[in-house]
Design a protein around this ligand. Structure first.
Ligand code: BGC
Length: 589
């Protein structure tokens, strides 16, 4: 929560040192004056620069983004695995059927949708750290099933199990990051999560590219292939082109290693979380205030009785109290389950609240429907269709795509807080639109004969890269940033989980239909389809998505036309007064 208020405000205070966790009576020390509090110093540097100021919290955050890395790795690894011939020899039914390929990719996505939707109550109950540790165990189980798969049922089952963990991790990790970080670096940290996702994709591409050479790049180099023609040459037919004893060239390690390797970062994440701090906010929600103060002091690298630590502690306390009172006022005497349902109802209870939900969900929807994952999942196939050798060069191009995807996420980390969200979103959408239309037109004109038009093929590939650049600094990261900052505090977790689950549902649909679209829609239709959504994304941003950069809660309310009622304002001020905070502290959150 950021403080946009003066610190030397009122002087009636409760506070808090030797609390045993549950009673006001046990509070002994009272702070009477905040004038010693240096807010500028407490807030620290904004954005990327702020990451270097508190190395402990940045270190913890970077470690937790291993969750994002796993997500990216899992997304990226399938595309190369699906193109590996020894995988085709082991699972010919998947390799040769576009709709099964789609299901193989999408099984993880649909269970991830479920995981992201259900994780809210679980991580509230057991805490962020334990939640992450349990999810790692589930992830390991799913990955082990896939790595050792001898039948496609294990592959699908493994992806389904891993998907629950991956989806839930995309809900809990950004929340954990937000809860341990200070306000000044929250945006940069969420963008770091995107850096971790793209790094995961990048690493998965290169590992799979390397392992695809184990034993050679072809299943049976001595056999002339008999599959459908691609660029004039027959392709691998997994039913006919495999010798009786299995591939004589490329070995099964080519696909089992990249699938199995993801267990190492998962193990690191699981073990490492044992040593990571609890979320102070969660501790306070559970009434463990003493531990919360100690944790805050550790996270901020300051003594527990430092004024700034006290202030932050009281702010979180005020937030939690406000959330409880607001819920109670809206739905008096509701039970636990009813509270849960009410959180959802409150998000659609008025147009301004619904608009926030719509903006969060649309950001995630467009992130997926401009087509980023059609390329991430099926890059080798796409590059093959654009004229590159499907076994070698196209895997290499996919690896380079991963590098571009990673590197061009960094401008977002630097620019998000200075340029703002809207210019980046509009520029990104326009750039994606132009690039996709160009690729679609080149495919329409030359796809029947790339061999005689090598320049057109190269130009199409260049525009695919240009498309990616435009996606990386815009919809990729901002799709995650917007939902994390637009909801009022008491609806944040629910709002984020709905927005994140929208991303997974859209991702699921894209994963499922892309291979069919790519094989069945001739004349570049697939690219025009995604270009259409890029155009829609542009206009939606222009007319519907407000600028959210650097806004306080109050300004954010104004941006959505969601002004606090007099009653809500009074409640906030009363809580602040009660806790001894400046009266506007909660409004300025
Ligand atoms: C999306 C992923 C996508 C990645 C590509 C992320 O923001 O959520 O689905 O694969 O960006 O860089």
């Amino acid at each position: 929560m950021s403080l946009h208020t003066t610190a030397s405000a009122p002087s009636r205070y409760s506070s808090t040192s030797n609390e045993k966790g549950d009673g006001d009576e046990s509070r002994e020390e009272r702070i009477n004056d905040w004038s010693g509090l240096n807010l500028a110093e407490m807030e620290g540097r904004v954005g990327f620069k702020g990451l270097f100021q508190n190395k402990f919290v940045s270190g913890v955050a970077m470690f937790a983004t291993l969750g994002g890395f796993l997500f990216g790795y899992d997304q990226g690894v399938v595309s190369n695995v699906l193109a590996i011939e020894s995988f085709g020899a082991a699972f010919p039914e998947i390799y040769s059927d576009a709709s099964l390929k789609g299901w193989y990719v999408s099984t993880l996505l649909i269970t991830a949708w479920l995981g992201s939707l259900l994780n809210g109550p679980v991580c509230d109950k057991i805490g962020r750290r334990r939640d992450i540790m349990c999810l790692v165990v589930i992830f390991l189980f799913g990955s082990a099933l896939q790595t050792g798969a001898t039948a496609s049922a294990y592959l699908f089952g493994g992806r389904a199990v891993a998907g629950i963990a991956v989806g839930a991790l995309t809900h809990v990790v950004p929340m954990y990051l937000a809860e341990i970080s200070s306000a000044n670096i929250r945006g940069a940290l969420v963008a770091l999560q995107q850096v971790a996702i793209t790094f995961g994709i990048l690493v998965s591409y290169w590992i799979a590219y390397g392992t695809s050479h184990i034993g050679g790049t072809r299943c049976a180099p001595e056999i002339p292939y008999s599959g459908p023609l691609l660029n004039g040459s027959p392709t691998f037919d997994p039913f006919n082109d495999v010798p009786a004893g299995g591939c004589t060239g490329q070995t099964q390690a080519s696909w089992r290693i990249p699938v199995g390797v993801q267990m190492f970062p998962a193990l690191c994440l699981g073990f490492g979380m044992i040593f990571m701090p609890y979320s102070p906010r969660w501790l306070m929600e559970k009434g463990r205030d003493d531990e919360a103060i100690q944790t805050l002091s550790r996270l901020r690298c300051k003594p527990a009785d430092a004024l700034s630590v006290r202030f932050e502690y009281l702010e979180i306390k005020a937030e939690i109290q406000y959330t409880r009172e607001a819920r109670e006022a809206a739905y008096p005497n509701a039970g636990r389950v009813r509270h849960l349902v009410n959180n959802y109802l409150m998000l659609v209870s008025s147009w301004p609240k619904f608009k926030r939900l719509a903006v969060g969900c649309l950001a995630m929807f467009y992130q997926q429907f401009v087509g980023c994952n059609a390329i991430i999942y099926y890059a080798p196939t796409i590059f093959g269709q654009l004229g590159l050798n499907p076994n070698t060069t196209s895997l290499l191009a996919t690896g380079v795509y991963g590098v571009v995807n990673f590197l061009f996420t960094f401008p977002a980390v630097f620019l998000l807080d200075s340029a703002g969200r809207r210019p980046l979103l509009m520029c990104g959408a326009a750039g994606c639109f132009v690039a996709l239309v160009v690729v679609g037109s080149l495919v329409a004109a030359f796809s029947t004969d790339w061999l005689s038009h090598p320049t057109a093929g190269r130009a199409a590939i260049a525009f695919i890269f240009l498309y990616d650049v435009n996606f990386c600094y815009s919809w990729g990261p901002i799709g995650w940033v917007l939902p994390s900052e637009i909801f009022p505090l008491h609806l944040r977790s629910t709002g984020i989980s709905i927005a994140v689950s929208t991303a997974w549902m859209a991702n699921f649909i894209i994963g499922l239909v892309s291979p069919m679209m790519l094989t069945q829609i001739a004349d570049g239709g697939t690219y025009y389809f995604f270009a259409g959504f890029a155009a829609l994304a542009f206009f939606t941003t222009l007319f519907f998505i407000p600028e959210t950069r650097g806004r306080t809660l109050e300004e954010m309310n104004a941006a959505f036309g969601d002004h606090a009622t007099d009653k809500e304002r009074e409640r906030m001020e009363a809580i602040c007064r009660d806790l001894g905070l400046p009266e506007k502290a909660l409004l300025a959150a």
